[in-house]
Ligand binder design. Structure first.
Ligand SMILES: Nc1ncnc2c1ncn2[C@@H]1O[C@H](COP(=O)(O)OP(=O)(O)OP(=O)(O)O)[C@@H](O)[C@H]1O
Length: 571
């Protein structure tokens, strides 16, 4: 079998930012404005420190007009730096929100268009975590930490440049004493952080998966008395998460060693500065600038180091999101936007040639299946439980791609046909019909071509479902969900959706198994009446449904082998 490409727990963290660059297209102007504002704000902030030094020197020299001018300049710089910093933060947050909204849309569309096999191969909590948790985490990073990080980095850089202009010797000594130990501490942190944050994200995903998958099964867990076992499994996942979070805290605490390096540097700077002022190599104002700027450097470095943990976490989140986009094809711009490829004819025959398919290596559910279903044919597929009937239905509907051979509709290989176009021609009504939370009308309208309310109401009448709809508290406007409608009622919704699509091929996979005989017969009659020339493939266990087909295909021994007999109706 052809395994789908899977998500990785610890995705590739190399060149994450370079790989994220294509997602910034369309935001370049906003990013350029943000960068300029950030530079201007940082320059004004650094200018404030320099202006204080000049005010001190003017005061010391008794230059009153000069002092007034410098005080005015200082006030201007203070006001300018405040306004510019606010503006740059605002633009950065706004741009970040736009970029992330685009990413969220792209990821949701990519997962929505991902092959069924890919979705089945992952725990739903894992996908949920990447679609919501990772993006929400990135959003809070962009709103809370990134602005501090950007300001701290720019101010740090410009402060060093300014200090070098005063005294390159003192600046070099300051940097030599502080930067190497600081970098060693940060590097040691970095080495551990990638794996630590990825483990936290993966453990969180396991906990949400446990909830996402077992909450809908609570009824079954109670019936079978399996709640204690479920709690044990949850305790294991929770234990793993708690250990991962403890390691995260211990790793982040290592950054506190920076405080020691700072204290040593401040002491050294004070002694050296005093000596240089004493020898006349530095003015008092310049010494003041050095002390203030050095404190600013340490303060900003601390901000940076404090944010490094968040930045590393955001880095892992971004890597996990990019992994999702890579695997689902969402990296390609416009990958899932609109329909592409040739339109499909309104009617056509379905031809399977040498089709092979399996879920697991070495265990084929279908093997070398060749079959032609003529346009307008009524075909019943019957067979024992687990023989592969639903799998065949999904292959015919293009929900799975075959491992070998081809499935063609009207001469078009389904593997190469645009999914949206395919859904408007071939519709599968499955055994289990999940609903989305919303009104009945909204759920019914989830059919190809997005039918309007009038079309929904017409179809409900046509299928003879008006009495059922009117029996609901608010008719079509009743809020429904998978839990509030019975299995049979959900099948009615799916059948109505299929009727709204008016497809060329309708595949009913035990689609009326959940409704009573009378309703089932009414629905099937209505469906037949909708389009006489529509191909109808009915997957069934029930003898009465089987008898209604014109041609019967059996799957003896768990393998669909050949057409076994024509039914009585076929004449
Ligand atoms: N998503 C899946 N992943 C792995 N194996 C699967 C999956 N879906 C079905 N199978 C396996 O493939 C085989 C065929 O399943 P399928 O649902 O097609 O049978 P079926 O004939 O429709 O059964 P039933 O009559 O019970 O609906 C079974 O052995 C089943 O366990």
């Amino acid at each position: 079998m052809a395994d789908p490409t899977l998500l990785t727990d610890l995705p590739d963290q190399r060149a994450v930012f370079r790989r994220a660059v294509p997602f910034l297209a369309g935001h370049r102007l906003a990013l350029a404005v943000t960068l300029l504002l950030n530079l201007a704000g940082a320059a004004a902030a650094v200018g404030v420190t320099a202006a204080i030094g000049r005010v001190v020197d003017a005061a010391g020299g008794g230059d009153r007009p000069g002092l007034l001018r410098r005080v005015l300049l200082l006030l201007l710089l203070v006001a300018g730096s405040g306004v510019l910093t606010w503006l740059s933060r605002y633009w950065l947050i706004r741009t970040g929100e736009h970029v992330l909204a685009g990413l969220r849309e792209r990821a949701a569309a990519a997962v929505g268009a991902a092959p069924l096999r890919f979705l089945e191969a992952h725990r739903s909590g894992e996908l949920l975590r990447r679609l919501t948790g990772e993006i929400n985490g990135l959003a809070s990073f962009a709103a809370a930490t990134l602005p501090d990080l950007a300001t701290a980095a720019t101010v740090l850089l410009l402060t060093v440049v300014m200090l070098a202009l005063y005294s390159w010797l003192l600046t070099a000594l300051l940097l030599l004493a502080f930067i190497p130990p600081a970098l060693l501490i940060v590097r040691a942190f970095h080495r551990r952080a990638g794996a630590v944050y990825a483990e936290v994200a993966s453990a969180e995903a396991a906990v949400s998966s446990g909830f996402a998958e077992s909450l809908p099964a609570q009824e079954q867990l109670r019936i079978s008395g399996s709640v204690p076992r479920w709690l044990e499994r949850f305790a294991r996942d929770n234990d793993r998460l708690q250990k991962a979070q403890s390691t995260e805290v211990r790793t982040e605490l290592r950054l506190n060693q920076l405080a020691l390096a700072q204290a040593v540097c401040v002491a050294g700077l004070l002694v050296l500065g005093a000596v240089m002022v004493g020898r006349g190599a530095l003015s008092v104002g310049a010494a003041v600038v050095f002390v203030l700027a050095a404190r600013d450097i340490f303060h900003r470095f601390e901000d940076l180091a404090g944010a490094i943990g968040d930045a590393r976490e955001a880095h892992v989140r971004l890597a996990r999101l990019l992994d999702l986009l890579r695997v689902t094809g969402g990296e390609r711009a416009g990958a899932s936007a609109g329909t592409t490829g040739p339109d499909l004819p309104a009617r056509g025959e379905l031809i399977l040639t040498e089709v092979g398919f399996g879920y697991r290596e070495g265990r084929n559910v279908l093997d070398g299946l060749t079959l032609t279903v003529d346009s307008g044919e009524r075909l019943v597929i019957a067979g024992e439980t687990g023989s592969g009937k639903s799998t065949l239905g999904k292959l015919l509907a293009g929900l799975y791609a075959s491992d070998h051979g081809t499935v063609r509709f009207a001469g078009h290989d389904l593997a190469a046909v645009d999914a949206a176009r395919l859904r408007s021609r071939i519709v599968l009504v499955p055994q289990e019909v999940p609903l989305v939370d919303g009104t009945l009308a909204e759920n019914l309208a989830m059919a190809a071509g997005s039918p309007d309310r009038a079309a929904v109401a017409r179809t409900v009448d046509l299928l003879g479902l008006a009495d059922w709809v009117n029996s609901l508290p608010y008719g079509l406007d009743t809020t429904v969900s998978t839990r509030t409608l019975s299995a049979g009622e959900r099948q009615l919704v799916a059948v109505a959706r299929a009727a709204l699509t008016d497809p060329a091929v309708l595949i009913l996979d035990e689609a009326t198994a959940g409704v009573d005989h009378g309703t089932a017969a009414r629905i099937e009659e209505a469906l037949s009446a909708l389009a006489d020339d529509r191909t109808l493939i009915v997957i069934a266990h029930r003898a009465d449904t089987v008898a209604r087909g014109r041609r019967l295909l059996e799957m003896p021994g768990g393998r669909l082998t050949d057409i076994v007999r024509e039914t009585a109706d076929s004449a």
